[in-house]
Design a protein around this ligand. Structure first.
Ligand code: ATP
Length: 360
């Protein structure tokens, strides 16, 4: 594999007693859309600002193409940042806003026209070239801010909550747009978001942060299917947790009940663990399901609640001796969905391969 474009090495930034970024090491490859994901206050923005050079780390270093950027001023870094506020010039047209950065660099007029035109095509702004920012919708303003950052052809574009100001539907459309534009431009994007669905749908890779620390890094599917700890399992998507003690390749959750799963290495039998399974992996049966060679988990329960979400049903199932019960998500198009009633006795089953055992 070739060298990463960006290497963060043990970056640390403290504000008084708070470690906003705590010994974060990360590799980011060229031409990827990389998401920094985590709850509010976990240090995403501080990390982005350190990469841009607006913030200095107390410890550690940022390398770009193998070069240490410590002491390099923001304007000298081959990095551009797009702010959530967009910061467009209100008195300038879309075209002028986009061309401004290249004019400031003193490029030749022909070159400016060519590059501005190219970026306006890519961001579908050509028809709006003469409008002022106040004559644009939120999504269009967002595209102008993006075009203005892209036209400078940075090696890395940093985007802090780029879709944060948009409503849910537009956000969904713009996620796909942003991914397309990233791909087409070939520029490496580092996107800060607190929205796990956004990170899953857009990113090639995700770094999950909590309280300044890197929790897990991987492709969206890795984080969703194989979370490495309870925080990651809980933060991304919905999850059922069953607390218990490790017992071989399973978790003893109560008298005589052992649920099997894919385990962590190096834990002793008897250790406190959680078994985690996604609601969409839980299947419901009217009869006790066939054993499936011991690699299926089964619990008998009673449906206590059914919530309709259009595409899906979310069912809560009460299970004897299991406080909280469990949750199953079922497509409304699936065969049993229409026949399920509140109060009905059911068997819940899921494959051990879809359950993770996580240290507490
Ligand atoms: P959000 O999603 O809410 O923007 P974030 O993950 O981007 O949060 P940061 O803004 O990086 O988090 O903040 C990380 C921590 O550092 C927080 O506890 C924050 O209060 C603190 N912090 C950030 N900047 C400063 C500052 N200039 N002075 C003091 N504390 C700061």
């Amino acid at each position: 594999m070739n060298e990463p474009l960006i290497r963060l090495h043990r970056l640390t930034r403290r504000f008084g007693a708070v470690s906003a970024v705590d010994r974060v090491s990360l590799d980011i490859r060229e031409k990827q859309l990389f998401a920094l994901l985590g709850p509010s206050g976990c240090g995403k923005t501080t990390l982005l600002r350190i990469i841009a050079g607006f913030e200095s780390p107390d410890d550690g270093a940022v390398f770009l193409g193998g070069r240490d950027l410590t002491g390099v001023r923001p304007s000298r870094r081959p990095v551009n940042m797009m702010f959530q506020s967009y910061a467009l010039f209100p008195h300038m047209s879309v075209h002028q806003n986009i061309a401004y950065g290249l004019e400031a660099e003193g490029l030749a007029k022909g070159e400016i026209r060519r590059r501005t035109g190219e970026v306006m095509e890519m961001t579908q702004l050509a028809a709006l070239a003469h409008r002022k920012p106040r004559q644009l919708s939120g999504g269009q303003q967002q595209r102008v801010a993006l075009a203005r950052a892209l036209v400078k052809r940075p090696r890395v574009l940093l985007l802090d909550e780029p879709l944060g100001a948009l409503d849910k539907k537009l956000r969904g459309q713009m996620q796909a747009e942003l991914k397309r534009i990233q791909h087409q431009s070939g520029i490496t994007f580092i996107v800060v978001t607190h929205d796990q669905e956004e990170a899953l749908s857009m990113a090639d890779r995700i770094a999950l942060l909590n309280q300044g620390k890197l929790v897990q890094v991987g492709a969206p599917r890795d984080l969703y299917e194989r979370p490495n700890c309870r925080f990651a399992a809980d933060f991304i998507g919905a999850m059922n947790f069953f607390a218990g003690r490790l017992d071989g390749d399973g978790v003893r959750i109560g008298a005589g009940v052992v649920l099997r799963g894919m385990g962590p290495e190096g834990l002793e039998d008897g250790a406190r663990v959680d078994l985690a399974v996604r609601p969409e992996r839980v299947k419901l049966f009217a009869e006790p399901p066939a054993e499936g060679g011991g690699r299926m988990n089964h619990l008998k329960g009673r449906i206590s609640d059914i919530t309709y979400y259009g595409q899906d049903l979310i069912l809560r199932v009460q299970v004897e001796d299991l406080p909280g019960g469990l949750c199953a998500r079922l497509s409304c198009a699936a065969e049993p969905a229409g026949r399920l009633r509140k109060g009905q006795a059911v068997w819940c089953g899921w494959a051990a391969a879809h359950a993770r055992i996580l240290a507490q």
